[in-house]
Design a binder for this molecule. Structure first.
Ligand SMILES: [Zn+2]
Length: 131
């Protein structure tokens, strides 16, 4: 499968993703804090959806939240969808890829920059394209 093609069935997602990626992206898992590749990443580029290649965040929007997950203060226009999430006894806003519907993380309204947003993402859901 070409890396830009959108997987449609769960079998196609499974074929494209590692078991850990599949667990987070398709089963709404959460990676361990400070375990992800991109927590302290400082290279410039575009963060793409690991499942479908959709550009999600610019490295310009990345900041160090201290949470152990890569964090961004804004997503690219139309790149993600927000879904109310009341699991785990909390009211949160889930972020999914607008293109393939895969889980990426959550957004919170306590961001330190002027957008006021903190997109708390899982590294395994992202693929940094530095070209
Ligand atoms: Zn996607």
């Amino acid at each position: 499968m070409n890396s830009d093609q959108i997987p449609k069935t769960e079998d196609e997602f499974k074929a494209k993703l590692t078991p850990e990626e599949y667990k987070v992206l398709r089963e709404k898992g959460t990676e361990m804090p400070f375990s992800g590749t991109y927590v302290h990443e400082t290279k410039t580029g575009m963060y793409l959806c690991k499942a479908c290649g959709n550009p999600l965040f610019s490295s310009d929007a990345k900041f160090d939240s201290g949470t152990g997950w890569p964090s961004f203060d804004q997503a690219l226009p139309g790149a993600v969808r927000e879904i109310p999430d009341t699991t785990m006894g909390m009211v949160r806003t889930e972020i999914v890829c607008a293109r393939c519907g895969s889980h990426l993380g959550h957004v919170f309204n306590d961001g330190p920059t002027e957008t006021g947003k903190r997109y708390c993402m899982n590294s395994v859901c992202l693929d940094l394209n530095t070209q």
